[in-house]
Design a binder for this molecule. Sequence first.
Ligand code: ATR
Length: 288
Amino acid sequence: MINGKTKICGLIGNPVEHTLSPLIHNTLANELGLNFKYVPFLVEEKLQQAIEGAYALHILGLNVTVPYKSDVIPFTMELDELAEKIGAVNTLVRMDGGYKGYNTDITGLYRGMQAEGIEIKDASVLILGAGGAARAVAFLCAQKEAKEIIILNRTKEKAAKIAEEINCSYGKEIATSLLLDEHFLLEDKRYLAIQATSVGLSPHETEAPIYEKEFYKKINMAYDLIYRPTNTKFMQLVKEQGGKAYHGLTMLLYQGIEAFELWNGCKLPDECIRTVYKKMKEEMQIDE
Ligand code: ATR
């Protein structure tokens, strides 16, 4: 029932047709019996006006997707510390006078990893990739006190730049870089690997950023940011050498959970989270 008390949140981006976010948030609202609705808003231009308009209309919060995650920053009133470091915002929360920007993609990744039993603190972490996603993952690992962070990328300079930014930002030599092809230089120990390249994404399901078995023997735990497919070639290679590997659908789930919790000032029960996850998998026709 929509009435004068209905709280509205939404998504701004371009395109917004294929988003799973309405399913996540409207399911949560139903489960909790909240008078809350979530709507996708296509924003083709005039981003500033869209945000000012949303504020004027008393919209409680917005998710922000491609291509506005960085562009939105100047129009926030305040920024969460990690979102500021990463330089990307995917969630706006209404405050007195404007919106505060957060990055729940990355806090959601952390919660998704925790839900799978993966611990970053004190881990030796390998990050595959050095694009926007990998950079955010690197900051998360530094913030959560990984023991060391090694960024492997096809283009060395991009990995080196992120490592330098991390070391500068946290004031310690915690991050280093390698070419993907230099993986044989890694020490012979057990790493947590986070796959943040676009390699293996549907329809290129047979591809992985590295193929050599020797590399996968050094991985005891892995998380692939990709969720389409849910068993990437990278994950298969990890599992073939005895490691555990998880796909990125929990990141998508928890970025929504974290945003919903920020907007509604609540902590969601596990039962509700399980219901949403089940619905997401049904919608995506994943049976596992
Ligand atoms: P996102 O914002 O999702 O991180 P991105 O910034 O385009 O996307 O980054 C894509 C990442 O996948 C990069 O690390 C890219 O490597 P380069 O920095 O060398 O371009 C990596 N990538 C894409 N295709 C690749 C391939 N065929 N082999 C290895 N790495 C690849």
